[in-house]
Design a protein around this ligand. Structure first.
Ligand code: NAD
Ligand code: TYD
Length: 342
């Protein structure tokens, strides 16, 4: 392993992975390949922009010729694929981009990677492919039962990874991460959205009764888990990366507001997300057996995250304009009005 292509590396988790790899492994070259969609942001890579073992290439993972050129120009031996459309609410509004990137894009990367002779291909996936679990926790052999267009398209990508391993003998690994939070997360996802809105004393739209359950994981723990799976995972295997820390959305919001010193009256119960998955839960003994340990607890991770958004308004204020405001209006105006707030 020497020249690693980090696709989707200008997004939230991919950029955390790129920042970690560039400093942790000076002997590797880290090439970030990203389309720079609304969620891709070169500011996320500023901390490493002058490092000699980091480079950036703009492109779409579904664009065969560009993928081929980049694999060849940088003599890539390893691909770690983070590139995705990642927001469930947007996939409910329309799923074209989700199919394009999360399914077709993964296929193109695999196919070009195979022709190029890649040594290793790691696909970053999600606990959402297991669907909503009423009780218990998913292990890697649990059935795939995605329930929304985002997770269905991610499951499609995963199945093609499996096919390229079984059929063509590609050396692949899949990781399935749980709900991740931390610095540089686009402020459409629950925590960065609520933190940045609460800083401005705006109403926080909590879907339904807020009793949905998610398993929370700090981004640094997520990317260290991917690093372990990349270096130690067996070919063709899948590894869950979970916080194993289940919390109701309403309690997540309360904890966050307490740290920010803001009142819970900011929370507004709004009409629920369509097809809302009630509960995600995973077991990650398999990854722990390879030596992975979390460095954060919920308390330390939340504290650090709230502090980061407080101290880095330069980062999120310039995002919350233009396309972001259009999306906000489409997603929340009617819901907040229905809740008696706008
Ligand atoms: P993100 O939306 O912040 O970033 C996605 C990145 O992919 C962006 O930089 C975007 O520009 C890029 N991208 C999108 N389409 C592309 C294309 N066709 N070609 C090249 N680049 C493209 O997402 P994230 O939260 O950082 O998620 C990264 C990965 O982790 C995704 O695969 C997601 O499914 C998975 N995941 C996310 C979470 C979470 O809680 N955020 C949890 C588990 C797994
Ligand atoms: P999100 O961050 O979108 O992640 P995911 O849908 O992948 O789990 O949402 C996390 C939870 O928070 C989910 O149950 C939906 C809920 N949620 C709200 O209640 N209000 C919001 O405005 C958002 C964005 C999410």
């Amino acid at each position: 392993m020497k020249n690693i292509l980090v696709t989707g590396g200008a997004g939230f988790i991919g950029s955390a992975f790129a920042r970690m790899m560039v400093t942790r492994y000076p002997e590797y070259n880290i090439i970030v390949y990203d389309k720079l969609t609304y969620a891709g942001n070169l500011d996320n890579l500023l901390p490493i922009s002058d490092e000699p073992n980091y480079k950036f290439e703009q492109g779409d993972i579904a664009h065969r010729e560009t993928v081929r050129r980049v694999l060849s120009d940088h003599a890539i031996d390893t691909v770690v694929n983070f590139a995705a459309e990642s927001h469930v609410d947007r996939s409910i509004m329309g799923a074209d981009a989700f199919m394009h990137t999360n399914s077709i894009g993964v296929y193109i990367l695999l196919d070009e990677g195979r022709s190029h002779g890649l040594e290793r291909f790691l696909q970053v996936s999600t606990d959402e492919v297991y669907g909503s679990l009423a009780v218990g926790e998913a292990v890697e052999s649990s059935p795939l039962a995605p329930r929304n267009p985002y997770s269905a398209a991610k499951a499609g990508g995963e199945l093609m990874v499996r096919a390229y391993h079984e059929t063509h003998g590609m050396n692949t690994v899949i990781t399935r991460g749980s709900n991740t939070f931390g610095p540089y997360q686009y402020p459409e996802k629950l925590l960065p959205f609520f933190i940045t809105e609460a800083i401005e004393d705006k109403a926080l739209p909590l879907y339904g009764d807020g009793m949905q359950v998610r398993d929370w994981l700090h981004v640094e723990d997520h990317v260290s888990g991917i690093d372990v799976a990349l270096h130690k995972g067996a070919p063709g295997e899948i590894y869950n990366v979970a916080g194993e820390d289940l919390r109701h959305n309403i309690h997540v919001a309360h904890d966050m507001l307490a740290r920010l010193g803001k009142p819970t009256t900011l929370l507004k119960h709004v009409p629920d997300r369509e097809g809302h998955d009630l509960r995600y839960a995973m077991n990650c003994d398999k990854l722990r057996a390879l030596g992975w340990k979390q460095a954060h607890t919920w308390e330390t991770a939340l504290e650090a995250t709230v502090a980061w958004y407080r101290n880095n308004e330069w980062w999120w204020r310039k995002i919350k304009t233009g396309e972001y405001l259009e999306y906000y209006k489409r997603q929340y105006a009617a819901r907040l009005a229905a809740a008696g707030d706008s």
